[in-house]
Design a protein around this ligand. Structure first.
Ligand SMILES: [Zn+2]
Length: 296
């Protein structure tokens, strides 16, 4: 009765990139401060425009059973989960743009863009520790995710785990500037390998946070997964509503290299199911179901 998570590889596998390395001064060699070099450029200062957007951590709690017992006849959408087909529109440039921007399950990837003018409504700075002191927009997350992050960091501290938040919200304009800078420095072909196009960064949702620890000197590197903090995150993040968005071995589905530091908030119920079934968000939202249907 389990989902068949292995059946289909999505079309994004031709573009393997690092989901957040472009924002990260540390993922590349030390000369590439793609994020911090540009921090002197003031960004649109999205104020905390209210907490009304999402006050609970569970967008829908009727999902508990939807994974069970519905595998005999895959439908084109899963109960209580957003339909992938119904949550995109093709814009004038021929790009697929997501329409459910305020859904904590919004799927953003190489084929599903956020609108260029999308700014989350409830951006706040979570009360967690960062490895820097400047008051930067990248400290922010959507309120619901920020609260969950705080709970996670509190538990980590209780467990004596040294965990730090490194990079959260990033605006479309900022991503555009970063990508353009990388193209200028490295050429477009090379930039495409490590830098995301604007609109395709999950950080624009305000639901993602890159986390790190002193053991890797606050770098965002794969060996974070081998640290005490990295292992703790792998084992516990789902209990606070976060998933490791770009898991190892799923690069062909997510389109991004393994990023043990990139956490995405989806709510506890969904995160737990995704974790327990070793899924990606793509698989959970039924990409394989779409593919199955398409082949029928
Ligand atoms: Zn990231």
């Amino acid at each position: 009765m389990k989902f068949k998570t292995i059946m289909v590889v999505v079309t994004v596998n031709s573009l393997m990139m690092t989901g957040c390395s472009f924002d990260n001064p540390f993922t590349k060699d030390s000369s590439e401060s793609t994020e911090d070099q540009q921090q002197s450029q003031p960004e649109v200062d999205e104020k905390n425009s209210g907490d009304e957007q999402q006050s609970g951590e569970k967008p829908d709690q009727n999902n508990n059973d939807q994974e069970d017992g519905n595998d005999d006849e895959p439908s084109d959408e899963q109960a209580d989960l957003p339909s992938l087909k119904k949550t995109v529109k093709v814009n004038a440039d021929g790009k697929k743009v997501v329409t459910n921007v305020n859904d904590t399950l919004v799927l953003v990837n190489k084929t599903r863009n956020l609108p260029s003018d999308y700014i989350p409504e409830s951006l706040v700075v979570p009360n967690v520790q960062f490895p820097f002191t400047e008051d930067l927009p990248k400290k922010k997350m959507q309120q619901v995710a920020a609260k969950a992050l705080e709970k996670m960091f509190t538990k980590a501290e209780q467990d004596n785990i040294p965990l730090f938040a490194q990079s959260g919200y990033r605006s479309y304009d900022r991503q555009e500037a970063i990508f353009a800078s990388n193209v200028q420095q490295h050429g477009e072909e090379e930039a495409n390998k490590f830098s995301a196009h604007p609109g395709q960064s999950e950080h624009q949702t305000g639901l993602a946070m890159d986390v790190t620890s002193p053991a890797v000197e606050f770098f965002l590197v794969e060996r974070f997964a081998e640290t005490k903090a990295g292992k703790w995150v792998q084992q516990n993040a789902h209990e606070f509503g976060f998933i490791i968005r770009y898991p190892k071995g799923k690069e062909g589905i997510t389109g991004y290299s393994y990023e043990p530091w990139h956490l995405r908030y989806v709510g506890k119920e969904h995160a737990t199911k995704i974790h327990e079934q070793n899924m990606t968000l793509e698989e959970y939202l039924g990409v394989q179901v779409e593919q199955v249907n398409a082949s029928q």
